[in-house]
Ligand binder design. Structure first.
Ligand code: SF4
Length: 437
């Protein structure tokens, strides 16, 4: 790598992991900008004097990616291609001591709640008046919207509470202020995120207050879509569905990780719910909000998972026909409750099971998509790519769900705008259509 002139006070922020990390990076970037740093997100110009890597420490693959990224920039520093390298986020929170020993080229490691200290290290001030302000890294028309940090749940496989701490809700009035500021910048869609969205308010209001929050957010002018991610099944606040039905700008969409379809596995995972109760809940949600798209996430290969347990999960997916589904293979995480058990399902078998579920889901998604052919949907356009304008319906979240493709030759749509699209054909995970006159 050839040495080059590095711009003083220019910071390149690199974000790994989930939407909560994206949110944190955006908050950090706003603080840096307010301190007169020239800040870019995942800059390709490679002329930044300083690099800050916001890491993920969730499961094996994510940890590996974070370590490789740190090593990449440590080598760049050794080659004089960057002056300072700082690391923050979940991997750093969880493995700070090891990382300091193994990759000492990094100038400093910070935890997930260390922004003021990180800024101080850069001789910058933490500006309290900026709380909630962000430099968006997503297209300007949508934004991830973190309503709480941390988690109080005891899920046996999960290391997130070790990295993010206890559940802390952000007060409703602060969130409404943030939403107004985002709407003023042209944001139309808010993806509500947290570790456990449905726990919102139990700490500060002593009651589940997600419905109250939705009531107020949906009154913010300019916000046309509000989407719910990371709901927890046990104790699900049904009053949320009433608001969802009454407020047209709350998407008929619910992301609710369920993790497994066998009661014995759900028990071992300490999820606080059975297969039967899970089915009842999903059926009740579908009855209360007809046409809602339910997204879920599962885990294959948890310690002790038998072929019978897996079959139960397979039948569960076959029966429930989730509109959207993703699956992870179990990752044996230190200091989690599950780490006490033997990771006895071979990696090959974990992968085979996950692949079988995704093959089944691909067929389910294909047949559900055929039902959309001929119908017209409101679509938010995210980008233009090749011959197509590409967008999403209210049933699709960015990056993870289906997309709607409209041929450029037939029409013109502005990115960030809505248009009604009549679906003309569909495949497993994409819909094709024409803008309806
Ligand atoms: S609710 Fe989610 S973040 Fe919290 S412990 Fe369970 S899996 Fe982890």
């Amino acid at each position: 790598m050839k040495a080059r002139t590095l711009k003083k006070n220019k910071v390149n922020v690199v974000t790994l992991g989930c939407s909560k990390n994206i949110f944190d990076s955006e908050v950090m970037m706003a603080q840096l900008k307010a301190n007169n740093f020239d800040v870019e997100h995942e800059s390709t110009s490679d002329d930044s004097e300083i690099v800050i890597i916001n890491t993920c420490g969730f499961i094996d693959n994510a940890k590996e990616e974070s370590i490789n990224t740190i090593v990449q920039y440590a080598e760049a520093k050794a080659a004089g291609l960057v002056h300072k390298v700082y690391v923050t986020g979940c991997l750093s929170e969880r493995y700070k001591d090891d990382l300091e020993k193994e990759i000492p080229e990094v100038d400093a490691y910070f935890g997930t709640r260390d922004l003021p200290r990180l800024l101080k290290t850069l001789k910058a001030d933490y500006k309290h008046e900026l709380v909630g302000e962000r430099l968006l890294t997503t297209p300007n028309h949508f934004a991830y919207f973190k309503i709480a940090e941390g988690c109080d749940r005891p899920c046996s496989f999960c290391a997130i509470p070790l990295m993010r701490g206890k559940h802390v809700s952000t007060p409703i009035e602060d969130l409404v202020t943030q939403a107004k500021s985002l709407a003023a910048k042209g944001v139309k869609e808010l993806m509500l995120i947290a570790q456990d969205l449905t726990y919102y308010g139990l700490d500060i209001y002593k009651k589940r207050a997600l419905a109250d929050l939705l009531e107020q957010l949906s009154d913010v002018e300019g916000i046309e879509w509000i989407r719910l991610h990371y709901a927890f099944p046990a104790g699900f606040p049904m009053d949320v569905l009433e608001v969802m039905n009454r407020k047209p700008n709350i998407c008929n969409y619910l992301d609710m990780p369920l993790q497994h379809g066998s009661t014995s596995m759900l028990k071992a995972m300490r999820r606080g719910i059975t297969r039967e109760k899970t089915e009842e809940l999903v059926n009740e949600i579908r009855a209360k909000v007809p046409g809602i798209a339910v997204r879920t996430t599962l885990i294959a290969g948890y310690p002790g998972e038998t072929e019978e347990d897996f079959q139960e999960m397979y039948e569960f997916v076959e029966k429930m026909r989730f509109e959207r589904l993703g699956i992870f293979t179990y990752s044996h995480e230190e200091n989690t409750h599950a780490y006490n058990f033997e990771d006895d399902v071979p990696e090959k078998v974990k992968k085979q099971r996950a692949d079988k579920i995704m093959a089944l889901q691909s067929d389910i998604s294909y047949s559900l998509n055929q039902e959309k052919v001929g119908k017209t949907f409101k679509v938010l356009f995210d980008r233009a790519e090749g011959d197509y304008f590409i967008g999403r319906t209210e049933f699709d979240s960015p990056e993870v769900d289906n997309e709607v493709l409209v041929k450029k030759e037939n029409t013109y749509v502005r990115i960030g705008d809505y248009a009604n699209v009549q679906i003309t054909s569909a495949d497993h995970f994409d819909l094709y259509g024409e803008v309806a006159e």
